[in-house]
Structure formats: structure tokens, C-alpha cells
Design a protein around this ligand. Structure first.
Ligand code: HEC
Length: 114
């Protein structure tokens, strides 16, 4: 009986610990991944295809903020890409985890231009 309650309590805690937001480990991206030129190249292609129309120079002024990667943590960029925020769409259904991480790698890289 006691064991039953323990399972219930632990199960309940696990449930509560996983709200709508991303789990911390998912937003944590390894340095090796971020620095890999192949991932950065993939991210650059995706950015030019999907993000530049709002964030890039061709976007009309005021449509989306100019990105300032020097002010971001990779986890923040990944979360915004994954979940979206107000005018920023979520890309979770469009791009898999690796593609979203690659986008993050590109935005955080020294190659990034906006
Ligand atoms: C339809 C236009 C649009 C597209 C396409 C778009 N974004 Fe955004 N994005 C926005 C807007 C608007 C915001 C500002 C949201 C807010 O803070 O209100 C934003 C915010 C962000 C932020 C946070 C910036 C900050 O300083 O708070 C990041 C990072 C970002 N976008 C990355 C991307 C990436 C990467 C892509 C491509 C996968 C992308 N965006 C595609 C409109 C867009």
C-alpha cells in the first residue's frame, strides 16, 4: 500500500516537473555541436530560407527585431525557434530537433549576419 502511494507521489512530481515549457536538457546544446561547421552550414541555409524574410535585411523595417546573438544564450535562441513568441512563429512541427539546433548554431556563430 505504501509503495503504491510512493509511486503515485513520484509519478505526480514527474508530471508537474514537465509543464508546457521545454525540459532544461533539451535546450542545452553541446559546444561541440554549436561549433561544428556542418551544423552551422545547415543552419545558415535554413535561416536564409525561412528566417531572413522577417529578420534579414530584406525584411521590411519593424517586422521583426534585428537579432543580437551577443546578447543571447544558445538555449534562449533554441527555445524561441522551438516554441515561438508573440509574432515569432514556432518551428517545432516544421523542423526536427537537429535542424532547430543547427539554426541555433548558425545564429550563435561568428558567421551570422542579419
Ligand atoms: C513571420 C516573421 C518571422 C519569421 C519567419 C521568423 N521570426 Fe523570429 N521573430 C519574429 C518576431 C516578430 C520576433 C519578436 C517577438 C517578440 O519578442 O515579440 C522574433 C523573435 C525572434 C528571436 C528572439 C529575439 C529577441 O531578441 O528576443 C529569435 C532568436 C528569432 N526570432 C529567431 C528566428 C529564427 C531562427 C527564425 C527562422 C527559423 C525566425 N526567427 C523566423 C518574427 C519572425
Amino acid at each position: 500500500m505504501l509503495r503504491f502511494f510512493l509511486i503515485l507521489i513520484i509519478g505526480g512530481m514527474a508530471f508537474i516537473a514537465q509543464p508546457g515549457s521545454l525540459r532544461a536538457d533539451e535546450a542545452k546544446i553541446a559546444k561541440a555541436f554549436l561549433n561544428d561547421p556542418d551544423n552551422i552550414a545547415v543552419g545558415r541555409k535554413l535561416f536564409q530560407k525561412q528566417c531572413a524574410r522577417c529578420h534579414g535585411q530584406k525584411a521590411y523595417p519593424g517586422k521583426a527585431p534585428k537579432l543580437k546573438p551577443e546578447k543571447y544564450e544558445p538555449g534562449f535562441v533554441y527555445r524561441r525557434i522551438t516554441k515561438g513568441f508573440r509574432g515569432m512563429p514556432s518551428w517545432k512541427r516544421r523542423y526536427n530537433k537537429k535542424q532547430r539546433k543547427s539554426l541555433t548554431a548558425y545564429v550563435m556563430s561568428k558567421d551570422f549576419t542579419n
